[in-house]
Every structure is written in C-alpha cells, then in structure tokens.
Write a protein that binds this ligand. Structure first.
Ligand code: C2E
Ligand code: CA
Ligand code: CA
Ligand code: CA
Length: 279
C-alpha cells in the first residue's frame, strides 16, 4: 500500500493488482465462452422422497475456460450479468436444457420428467425472457408443464411490480415457478403473498440443521407453510440419511443433494432413466 497524504492509504499492493488483472482476464475470457463452446450444463437429479424415484433434474451451468480452468457459477453468473452477457447465455441455457429434457422424456415417456432452470435477476427483468422461453419450448418440443423456472427472492426485490407481471406472463405460458433458496431472504413471507409460485425450494442452510431424531421447528414450519399454501416442497442439499428420513416423515415432497447424486454430466444423468425403484 502506498501512503497518499493526509493519512489516507491507497491500497494497491501486489495482491490487489494481481486480483484486478485476473478480474480483467476473467471478463475477457467470459466474452468468448459461449461462442467458444466452453459452457455446458450438468444435471442434478430431483428425487421423490416417497419412493426415491428420479422425477426430474435441475440444470446447472458450468464453465471450463482453457486459460483459467473451471470457474464456479456463483462467480461467473454475476459477472455475466454485469457484462450484459446473461441474456445470450440464459437463452442458450433454456434451449439446451429444454432440448435435453425433451430427448429424455422421449427416451422414458412413463417418467414424466421435469427440468428446472435457474433464472437470474437480470434475466427476470429482461423483456426478452418470455420470448426466449417460448422459443426454447417451441424448438425443443418440450411441454411447458415439464419446465420449472427457479427464481430467488433477490431477483424479485428490485422492482416487485415488474417482477409480478413477468412471473404472471411466464406462468401464462404454462411453466411452473419455484422460489429458490427459500427462507434465506429478508421477507420470504411477504413474497409468498405477493408472487404466485408453484414450488418452494427450502435452502440447504435449513436442511443442514437436521442432524438427529428431532426435526428442527423451523424446518417443520417451512414444510407446513408450503403445504398450507398447496405448494410442492423441495429440500435442497440433502447430504445425510437422517435428513432424508426426517424430511420424508415430515411429508416433504422432493429432495436434491449429494446423498442421492451430485450434478451429473448429461450422459450420466441420462443413464439414470428407465430405472424404477422397487415398488
Ligand atoms: P442454486 O440454484 O441454489 O443451486 C444449488 C447449488 O447447490 C449448486 O451449486 C449445486 O451443485 C449445489 N449442491 C447440490 N446438492 C448439494 C449438496 O448436497 N451439498 C452441497 N453443499 N451443495 C449441493 P452450483 O452448481 O455451484 O451453482 C451455484 C449457483 O449458481 C446456483 O445456486 C445458482 O444460483 C447459480 N446457477 C447455476 N447454474 C445457473 C444457470 O444456468 N443460470 C443462472 N442464472 N444461475 C445459475
Ligand atoms: Ca436453483
Ligand atoms: Ca437453491
Ligand atoms: Ca443458492
């Protein structure tokens, strides 16, 4: 750091300089990632807790940069939003996920599989989203009822009125909406009143509090709330058998997590189809 008079310190040490250079390189690489074929989707199975059947998948985005290696979506999705790239990337994600899911549904028609796709705040605010979605459904042939769009509360706070209109337009196409990371925001409850959704995804931070024979009251409360509102309830981040058992006993509908499967490459996810749990 170098002193800049009047006791103020301009922080510009080698570590920060390196970080700034790295950030610029990341931005430059991300510009070419989609066209360069460096993005792909992986698919995490969604499990019916009643019989442990795979009932669907959540599509999760991956970026492997030849120059920088694998970058997690928590890092590059916000950057893609800042750089104005998320519209193009998000539209590709929708088409890719819908096309894959439509093929899986043809492969295993009895399963009535669903596919969930994450939609960022900037995407939700974009007037292009409904058109991109309709196009993805059209070219893939996926029935709208098989698609779930996952939105977070943070995507709703900025302009709640516009978000409500957008969600209504999406639901009018016949897709279902999930409130992702439920319980982690400020005002989860007021959002449930204001926005019509179909599915609640209980955040992993709550699921991880299930460690023994007693179901933590907050988890019980979230499940009861979803049930009262007639929403489908998905538990995220199930890692332990005790969590699975407690959630099943509490009549949570669906679950995802490493206990069942991590996000899988497309071929590995497809290989799960047609396998039915013993009745
Ligand atoms: P999310 O939507 O909450 O996704 C769940 C994250 O939890 C995923 O991380 C998943 O790999 C991870 N996970 C699943 N099961 C377990 C478990 O049992 N234990 C633990 N510890 N983690 C588990 P991932 O793939 O790194 O994605 C992180 C976030 O990036 C996502 O959070 C989502 O907000 C965002 N994201 C991912 N793909 C997309 C995308 O296509 N579009 C947008 N807009 N955002 C995306
Ligand atoms: Ca999600
Ligand atoms: Ca989540
Ligand atoms: Ca999350």
């Amino acid at each position: 750091a170098k002193a800049a008079g009047r006791g103020r310190v301009v922080v510009f040490d080698p570590a920060m300089r390196a970080a700034a250079v790295e950030q610029r390189e990341l931005e430059r690489e991300l510009q070419g990632a989609l066209a360069g074929g460096q993005l792909r989707l992986v698919y995490q199975p969604v499990i019916d807790l009643a019989d442990e059947a795979v009932v669907g998948f959540e599509a999760l985005l991956r970026w492997r940069s030849p120059a920088l290696g694998s970058i997690p979506p928590d890092r590059f999705v916000p950057l893609a939003e800042d750089l104005g790239l998320i519209g193009e990337i998000g539209s590709w994600v929708l088409r890719e996920a819908c096309t894959t899911a439509a093929a899986w549904r043809r492969q295993d028609p009895a399963a009535d599989l669903t596919i969930a796709v994450n939609v960022s705040a900037v995407q939700l605010a974009s007037p292009d989203l409904v058109g991109h979605l309709a196009e993805a459904l059209r070219v893939s042939g996926l029935p709208a009822s098989a698609l779930v769009l996952e939105v977070t509360e943070t995507a709703l706070v900025r302009d709640p009125d516009a978000a409500a209109d957008q969600l209504a337009a999406l639901r009018a196409l016949g897709v279902r909406l999930a409130l992702d990371d439920f319980g982690t925001g400020y005002s989860s409850l007021s959002y449930l009143r204001q926005f019509t959704v179909d599915i609640l995804k209980i955040d992993r931070s709550f699921i991880s509090t299930i460690q023994g024979a007693a179901l933590p009251p907050i988890v019980r409360g979230l499940i009861d709330l979803g049930r009262t509102l007639d929403l489908e309830i998905v538990a995220e981040g199930v890692e332990l058998e005790v969590q699975r058992d407690q959630l099943r006993n509490a009549r949570c509908d669906l679950a995802q997590g490493y206990l069942f499967a991590a996000p899988l490459e497309q071929a590995d996810a497809g290989a799960l189809l047609g396998r039915r749990p013993a009745p």
